[in-house]
Design a protein around this ligand. Structure first.
Ligand code: NCD
Length: 363
């Protein structure tokens, strides 16, 4: 089953790779000639619904829309909106989408953007749904690689830090696995290893990957090092976070062992995982990366608002015998949502959060 009314961006994999490439190329041309696009969205309104903190994603979207001649509305603290009175996601989305042409949503629950798209009367963009996905960060990462490395294929990519809860890592793996000859080095502690469903996806797409707990051992092999913050807010307890927090730290000494053309990326915010002196190394591209994010979001807004093609979001099918057991899935919070599932290999996963679902216990 698929939705056909508006063009949404929930998961990059809902679109073919050619579509991503077009957004990236458009982002590069806006970067080169921003003055050509100053009126491109005149009269359009973008709403940003941020249920979770954000600096770059929210402000780069807002700046992108303003630079395209459009206007912005929204909230960055749900407690200053009717969410504080107990309004559900469905009602907020329904109403705000009737005021706007494009709705950018960030929310702490996995699958929330997909849920919002079910009722929205405009395009919906996933700006981060819990520990699940962050497709517009991935477009940012891909524009950075396109501009700085000149390619999105034939790369050895090290992903370091919180691979379990880091949604930017999940989206990036899903995307780069679709380009030829990319190899992945997954640098994490055993507790924060990449979720099973993404490892399976890498395997199924024929990508070479290895899990390597040591950044020191891995760094010399890499073309790209993607550092990530340990996602404190997603741990069950503070003690579990504290046990993980200082395991990885990129320092100038470690950079001595890296290739001369290594690209160090980070979605930001940085906490302690990259020592500040690394910023002076020309291979540290994370601030440039944040800057590219604005241009790729300009491209995305244009592309979605101009879209005449069908919206490709694919939904699973309703199945009363299965249930999602992920407490961080949007369906655990918004009980009116349909319980939909799809098959993945030999198991069944929730349509919203992609985590493995279980058979419902029979009464
Ligand atoms: C990331 C996010 O929110 O997932 N930040 C971002 O959007 N640039 C990474 C993070 O919070 O660690």
């Amino acid at each position: 089953m698929s939705d056909t009314k508006y063009a949404h961006l929930i998961d990059l994999n809902d679109y073919p790779v050619e579509w991503w490439n077009k957004v990236i190329t458009l982002g590069a041309s806006i970067y080169a000639h921003p003055q050509r696009y100053v009126q491109a969205c005149a009269g359009k309104i973008m709403a940003t619904l941020f249920y979770e903190p954000s600096t770059r994603t929210q402000m780069s979207f807002q700046s992108a829309m303003i630079r395209l001649g459009g206007s912005i509305i929204g909230f960055d603290n749900p407690m200053s909106s009717s969410v504080s009175k107990g309004e559900n996601l469905k009602d907020t989305t329904k109403v705000v989408s009737s005021y706007s042409d494009i709705l950018i949503i960030r929310h702490p629950m996995a699958g929330s953007a997909k849920a919002a798209a079910l009722t929205a009367d405009c395009c919906v963009v996933n700006a981060g749904d819990g520990g699940h996905l962050h497709p517009t960060q991935t477009l940012t990462d891909m524009l950075t690689l396109h501009m700085e490395k000149g390619r999105l294929d034939n790369l050895t990519v090290g992903l370091c830090g919180d691979l379990l809860y880091g949604r930017t890592v999940h989206s990036l793996c899903k995307a780069l696995s679709r380009y030829p000859n990319n190899r992945f080095v997954l640098i994490s502690s055993p507790e924060l290893r990449l979720p099973e469903y993404i490892r399976k996806l890498l395997k199924d797409s024929g990508c070479e990957y290895r899990e390597e707990p040591s950044l020191d051992r891995a760094i010399g092999d890499l073309d790209v090092l993607y550092m990530t913050r340990i996602q404190r807010e997603r741990f069950q307890s503070e003690a579990e976070y504290l046990a993980q927090k200082d395991i990885y730290r990129l320092t100038p000494e470690k950079m001595l062992r890296a290739k001369p053309d290594l690209a160090v990326l980070h979605p930001l915010p940085r906490v302690d995982e990259i020592a500040v002196p690394v910023d002076a190394d020309p291979r540290a591209l994370y601030f440039k990366q944040a800057h590219y994010g604005m241009y790729v979001r300009m491209a995305l807004i244009l592309r979605l608002l101009e879209a005449t093609e069908q919206v490709p979001i694919v939904h699973g099918t309703e199945n009363g015998t299965m249930c999602c057991v992920n407490p961080k899935c949007i369906c655990a919070q918004e009980k009116y949502l349909p319980q939909r599932f799809f098959a993945q290999g030999d198991h069944t996963v929730c349509d919203f959060c992609e985590e493995r679902a279980l058979e419902r216990a029979m009464p």
